[in-house]
Structures are given as structure tokens and as C-alpha cells.
Design a protein around this ligand. Sequence first.
Ligand code: FES
Ligand code: FE2
Length: 373
Amino acid sequence: MMDDAPAKPAAREEKFTASGGELLRDMWYVAMTAGELKPGKLHKKMFLNEPVVMGRQGDGKPFALRDICPHRAVPLSAGQFIDTDGVQTVECRYHGWRFKTSDGGCAHIPSLVKDQPFDLERIKVRNYAVVEQDDLIWIYMGSTPESEPDGPPPRFKRMVHQKGASEGKVKFFERAELACHMDHAVIGLLDPAHTPFVHKSPLWRSSKTLKEKEKHYAPSEMGFTMLSHEPVNSPLYNWLLGPDVEVEIQFLLPGLRAESITTSRNSFLGLAAITPITDELCEIREIMYWNAPSLDFVKLFARPFTQTFLDQDARIMKLQGEGLSYDPPLMQIPDADTLMVWYRRLKREWIKAQAEARAFENPVKSATLRYRT
Ligand code: FES
Ligand SMILES: [Fe+2]
């Protein structure tokens, strides 16, 4: 039973329609894993409908600039790295203007004649805050070019698990594009009821063996957490990771789900990160961290397995898109769709709190949810 089940959902909640809502601003998003951001290369990216060029500075620090030259709009990602008086710059391919990778400031305009009065300081490309943390590259998508993050990107309880190390190390990741609005991707990620149908496999899961589940949830920072429980198939976990298995799944805005499995000896963290590219396209990464040497062999079959899983989701999102294009009203039922209701409430509260310049107040209440999956 949900203890905060809306008595009259239609009255309390705004209509749940096909078109996704606002993409959340003033938030950190996972841009990519650290390994994907190869040095010496300009990476052409798009986040929340904004073209972004990313790369690494001379000292390896990541940078992100708006991928539009302020002169006449040629993407800077089509240009090249070039040294300007000992400073790393990107040279635009059209007229060779150069911009500092450290802050986007203009460093050189080749067509200017010596002593021609012109203030380069006036020209600047938007510079996004980026951080390399836990082997991921995070980008801050502010609502204005001036918006500054008020803290570092989120961390997960068991992300820092390598003995003595302060940073998580990505052991394995897989990426897929989902042809849908971010909201539908997140809702799909949170949805327990699709698993036996979309992710059925002759090996481990069929839609004929639904089991009743009862899960306890509590609000946590910017989201909610499914509280620790013994996994159903703990002998397997025991064998892989050790005794006293605990599983906890945390969701937080904008679209991050962290599943941590710990035992008295080892820990594992699976992070699913959804980042919007445009209103109709997003990318998802399944990123895994662990410290158990016994899991290293898992890598051998993790890739095809994870790719299959992501492909299954990508296919259902594409199919859903066919129906959504007619803008039908959508439904949500207790308790299997409750996490989706919470996601929508969290988003609404975040947008409201931002607009009213006040602290975010988590609208989720502790609850026990029951569903068959
Ligand atoms: S368009 Fe970039 S230098 Fe002219
Ligand atoms: Fe799925």
C-alpha cells in the first residue's frame, strides 16, 4: 500500500500526456565517461538541444564550449587545436579566429592588421562548467551562460569503494541512444512492470513467472531510494561478492539510477545515466564500478548482455514513439506506476523551486509499493 497514494490522481496531478515536459536546467549531467574524452581531439556533442564542443586542455582537464563560432557560426568542433602564445586554443575553420579552451575567450583574429584597434576581450564563446569525477565527465547545463553550479556533481554511497581511493574507477560501460524525450526514457528506466515483457530472456526471465514484490522506498536527496534488501538470488551474489548481501537502488534527478550491491567484503555499483541530446533523443549509459576481482571475468559476457538489454529498451521506446506521435492521453496505475508519478512530482518541484529561488523540498514520502513483476 502506498501511504501517499493520491486519492483522486486526476484532480491532484496535471494530465499525463505524450509530449515530454521541460528538460531540467541548472543540473549536472553525465556527458560521457572519462575514457571517451580522448585527448587531442575535438568532440562534437549536443546536450539539451545545445551544440557543445568538448575536449581536454593541455594538462588533461576537460573543457566544454558552445559549438558555434561567434563570428559567423561555423561549429568550432570542425576546427583544430593550436597553441597561441603558450595557451591552448581552438582555431575556427572558417576565418581562423582562436578561442581559449580554458574559458572560451577570444585569443587571436588573423585578419586584424597590426595596431588596428579591436578589443578581443569583448568576444567570448559560452564556457560550460565541466568536472571529471569518478571517471566520468559531468557537464553543468545552466539556465543562463552565467549560471554557476552550487556544488559538485552527485556521488553515490558506494561509488567510492576502491580501498583507499577517493575516486571510483569505471570497470565497464555501454551506451545507447533512445529515440524519445528524456521523460519517457526515465519513466522506462524506473518502470518495474516492463521488465518481464521487454527484457524477457530464455536464460533468466520470462513473462510467465511474475512474482509479487514488496519494496520499501524513502525520499533521498533529489529523489528516492529503494531500501536495502536481500536479493532474491543471493546465493549467486554470495558466490560472486561474499556474504551479507545488501542491495539499494537510488534514483535522483535529472535521470540517474544507482544500484549498489554490497557484501561484507566487496561492492558493486551500476549507474544508469540518461542525458538528453534533443527533445526527441537522449542517450543512456550503463556504467559499472566494482572492487571484487571475482567480477573481472564478468566483463567477458557483460558487454553483449548489457547491449541486448539496452537494445530492448531502445526498441520499445521507438515503438512507443509511434503511438506518442498521435499525442494520446496516457495512464498510470498503482503501484507499478508510482515511481513515475514520483519522478513527475520531483521534476515539478525542482522547476518550481528554481522559479521561486528557494530550496528544493522533496515531495516524495516513504512508502511500500507492491507489484507483480
Ligand atoms: S566563422 Fe569562425 S572565424 Fe569566422
Ligand atoms: Fe528496460
